[in-house]
Design a protein around this ligand. Structure first.
Ligand SMILES: Nc1nc2c(ncn2[C@@H]2O[C@H](COP(=O)(O)OP(=O)(O)OP(=O)(O)O)[C@@H](O)[C@H]2O)c(=O)[nH]1
Length: 375
């Protein structure tokens, strides 16, 4: 990790913006927490935009109160809320003058849409999209690559659009599977530095001032991913399991003037991005993802709760929330991603209710609600 974080260097600074992308449960918040600690240690004032499909911001609970945060709930900033993102960014800049902004997108977001909103804001605030870091859920990508489908397509889009790639959950992959996942990712995006991690422990230099590639240093002023047809002027320095230096990256900022083919990056740039072209827009790529938010009225029995979560149907691939356990009266943040349940004891800040959020594809909401009632 570079010790030099030079976001304060200039009087009239441009505020770098880093976008954390990646499918539901891949480890974005895990990475976000690491990056925030990284900035804290370097005395860099960071601000965060957190976007959740559900009605509550649970991930924000684990981020300290010292970090200015804009919460964008009940929608996805890549589509229904992209206009709001520009407003929130402006507000954060005006109210807090942060030295760096981190945006955690929902796992269902297509980064290209967010790029448009950030670059739009750049027109009236001195902010600059510096990197798109996509956290890849290694085991999930592997599983979905074997069966295809819309979610796999969305994951591919998130990988293609990245300027940095973190292949996470390496602990849940055999050595040869990890190689297979990295090859898969490399085929989709040959340019972004790639690193394999457990719990997103990685070099964080892409978040430093000299990390990412400011537009002034990029060769043509575009951010895009592997689908770029033109020569990026860089080789695949990362290789399997390696991480190329950020200075070697060819990050470019996407803008309206973009003339070359972005292939599958996003709508309007290529025809094959998603099979849902009948809807005429990229948003269809995750329109199949739905969320259910339910507030719990009473403490739950820990065993019954664990059995309920583990018995959720396969098409609920993400659940999270805050519960009070009957046995101890303590409150816990629960995380359920791809059949793994994690409980972390927390002391919520402010008036936070017990709540459970479920995210998945076309699951039976009523059945989940009935089971919750019985808890
Ligand atoms: N086994 C394993 N679990 C991990 C790893 N990284 C994160 N997790 C767990 O995966 C779950 C989801 O992690 P998050 O960081 O909340 O993922 P996210 O991408 O922010 O999730 P959403 O906000 O729902 O999209 C949590 O229970 C994490 O502790 C890893 O490398 N290995």
């Amino acid at each position: 990790m570079s010790n030099k974080i030079d976001h304060k260097a200039h009087g009239e600074r441009t505020i770098p913006v880093h976008l954390l992308s990646g499918f539901l449960g891949s480890g974005k918040t895990t990475l976000l927490n690491r990056v925030i600690d990284h900035y804290r240690m370097a005395d860099v004032k960071a601000a965060v935009v957190m976007n959740e499909i559900g009605e509550v911001n649970l991930d924000g609970q684990v981020i300290g109160g010292d970090v200015p945060m804009a919460e964008m709930l009940s929608g996805c900033i890549c589509c229904s809320m992209s206009g709001d993102l520009a407003i929130e960014l402006k507000k954060l800049v005006d109210d807090h003058r942060p030295e760096v902004i981190l945006i955690e997108a929902t796992g269902a977001a297509n980064p290209m849409e967010i790029i448009d909103a950030v670059t739009e804001t750049s027109m009236y605030e001195r902010i600059e999209l510096r990197s798109i870091v996509t956290v890849v859920d290694g085991p999930e990508l592997l599983a979905r690559s074997r069966r295809g489908g819309r979610t796999f397509k969305l994951m591919q889009e998130q990988i293609r659009c990245a300027t940095d790639l973190v292949v996470n959950k390496a602990d849940r992959l055999e050595a040869e599977e990890l190689i297979e996942v990295q090859q898969l990712v490399r085929e989709l995006n040959a340019y972004a530095p790639l690193t394999a991690t457990i719990k997103c422990v990685t070099d964080l230099s892409m978040f430093d001032a000299d990390g990412g590639m400011p537009a002034s240093r990029s060769h043509d002023g575009h951010i895009c991913g592997a689908s770029c047809a033109h020569d990026h002027g860089t080789e695949d320095k990362a290789g399997i399991g390696g991480s190329a230096s950020t200075a070697e990256k060819a990050a470019h900022v996407h803008d309206e003037a973009c003339g070359h083919d972005h292939g599958a990056c996003s709508h309007g740039h290529g025809e094959e991005a998603h099979g849902d072209s009948s809807e005429g827009h990229v948003h269809a790529s995750h329109a199949h993802v739905m969320a259910l938010t339910h507030y719990l009225e009473a403490p739950v029995d820990s065993h019954a709760f664990e059995a309920f979560v583990k018995g959720l149907p396969d098409n609920v691939y993400r659940a999270k929330g805050i519960v009070t356990l009957k046995e101890t009266g303590s409150r816990f943040l629960f995380q359920f991603a791809y059949r793994e349940l994690e409980l972390i004891r927390i002391t919520p800040q402010g008036d936070v209710k017990d709540v459970a959020v479920f995210i998945g594809e076309h699951f039976d909401r009523q059945s989940v609600l009935n089971q919750l009632e019985r808890l």
